[in-house]
Design a protein around this ligand. Structure first.
Ligand SMILES: Cc1ncc(COP(=O)(O)O)c(C=O)c1O
Length: 423
């Protein structure tokens, strides 16, 4: 018999992967699927970043474990100028995606992790894989499923004498919500009073629908907030696999621990990618404007979807960044239950089978399985084509969507058809 780690054995494939497999199988059969399940930037990488990668393709050297010094300095400047975060470049670390850096941090910290209901799918499984403990903190649709100070305070009062780490993600996957400065300032007070370490996942920071970047809790709680970011979302380069983290003052003592675990695991991130990342994080005006245009297009699409869906009593979060929103069918619960469908996973299968629309059930996002909410990622379109059309006619109308984002337009009509058929 081969013995394996039971905590890892218990992990199940994420719903994101499962839904992608189903969508691919349907597409292979020639079916047109409206894919709201997969969250990858639809836009091409800015040409200047690709050129920097090409120019460095010959670089075959291992780089320092924690990353190229010039890149870490560039990220420190980027954080200051484009995210209003002060970080010491000596304590900025480069990894193969922010996901890996989050995981290594979770391995290092012996804490109870606090996850607001409506958070990214991978935090929980990462914690489970090391037999760690996490608690789901309640949130509600009234304020876009954002964590409130009252909830955090109540948990801390009921559970003193426990080292806690809060995982906060803004702009948020799956809700699209962005925490305001005031909300973060209030949360910071509770975190400081309870000595909480914050893992601030800011991977979508500059995909903000109204501002250049999103507020960060590190502004109000710099001493114990670890900031995570990377190339994947803002620079549309998920496949480049480069993320960073900035370690705050009170955790600088972990420097050698991070260095050791990096050197014993991934060694260092690919050298050509690190050089290309310098170009990205310099954030010259052409790249900055490009990201702005991507954000405006995403805002136009999300506004259209929310207006259409709310018009037929489907609940929606109000996205202010990233490329997701959550939608809910709780107003149709009785009709849906009478079809023999109880859980969000069953309903997502039904909607995929009968209407060819892929939505992710929220059971993966720390919701009870019978809450009929879904994550809708609004990126099923050809970003290059849309960007070109937007540049010559910068207005996202219904006609524009019908012409350039046919899967968004068609998929939303299918969702509306589903609820209309219920009543
Ligand atoms: C909220 C959030 N955090 C982190 C990541 C990981 O990003 P990466 O590992 O590509 O940097 C993702 C990717 O989907 C995400 O949505």
């Amino acid at each position: 018999m081969i013995l394996i780690n039971q905590h890892i054995k218990k992990l199940k494939p994420s719903a994101t992967l499962a839904i992608n497999q189903k969508v691919n199988a349907l597409r292979c059969k020639g079916e047109n699927v409206f894919h709201f399940g997969f969250g990858q930037s639809p836009f091409p990488i800015h040409e200047s970043i690709v050129d920097a990668l090409k120019a460095n393709a010959n670089n075959n050297h291992y780089l320092p474990t924690i990353g190229l010094e010039m890149l870490r300095q560039t990220i420190a400047e980027f954080l200051l100028k484009h995210q209003n975060i002060t970080a010491d470049s000596n304590y900025i670390y480069i990894g193969p995606g922010s996901k890996e850096l989050l995981y290594q941090t979770i391995l290092i910290l012996d804490c109870t992790f606090l996850i607001p209901k409506g958070s990214w799918v991978s935090y929980g499984p990462q914690i489970k894989s090391k037999n760690g403990k996490y608690i789901i903190l309640e949130t509600s649709l009234d304020n876009n499923f954002k964590l409130t100070t009252d909830t955090l305070k109540a948990y801390c009062e009921a559970n003193p004498n426990q080292q806690k780490a809060l995982i906060l993600n803004s702009p948020n996957n799956p809700t699209g919500a962005v925490y305001t400065n005031e909300e973060l300032e209030r949360l910071a007070i509770v975190c400081r009073a309870n000595d909480i370490i914050v893992l601030s996942d800011e991977i979508y920071s500059q995909i903000n629908f109204t501002e250049d970047f999103s507020p960060s809790i590190s502004k109000f709680y710099p001493e114990k907030t670890i900031v995570f970011g990377g190339l994947s979302k803002v620079f549309s380069a998920g496949g480049y696999r480069l993320g960073f983290m900035a370690l705050p003052k009170d955790l600088h003592f972990l420097h050698n621990t991070y260095r050791s675990i990096f050197s014993e695991t991934f060694s260092a991130v690919s050298s050509p990618i690190q050089y290309a990342a310098i170009k990205a994080f310099k954030m010259e005006d052409d790249i900055k404007n490009y990201i702005k245009d991507c954000s405006i297009i995403l805002k136009g699409i999300s506004n259209y979807i929310a207006t259409k869906l709310k018009g037929v009593s489907i609940e929606c979060t109000e996205p202010q960044g990233a490329f997701y929103m959550m939608i809910g069918f709780n107003k149709f619960k009785n009709e849906i239950n009478s079809l023999g469908i109880i859980t969000s996973e069953e309903l997502s299968n039904h909607i995929l089978e009968k209407f060819n629309v892929a939505l992710l059930p929220v059971s993966d996002f720390y919701f009870p399985e019978n809450e009929l909410f879904f994550r809708l990622a609004f990126v099923d379109f050809d970003g290059q084509k849309v960007m070109r059309a937007y540049n010559s006619r910068p207005f996202i109308s219904e006609d524009f969507l019908q012409k350039y984002c046919p899967n968004i337009y068609g998929g939303i009509n299918k969702v509306i058809e589903f609820v209309k058929k219920l009543s």
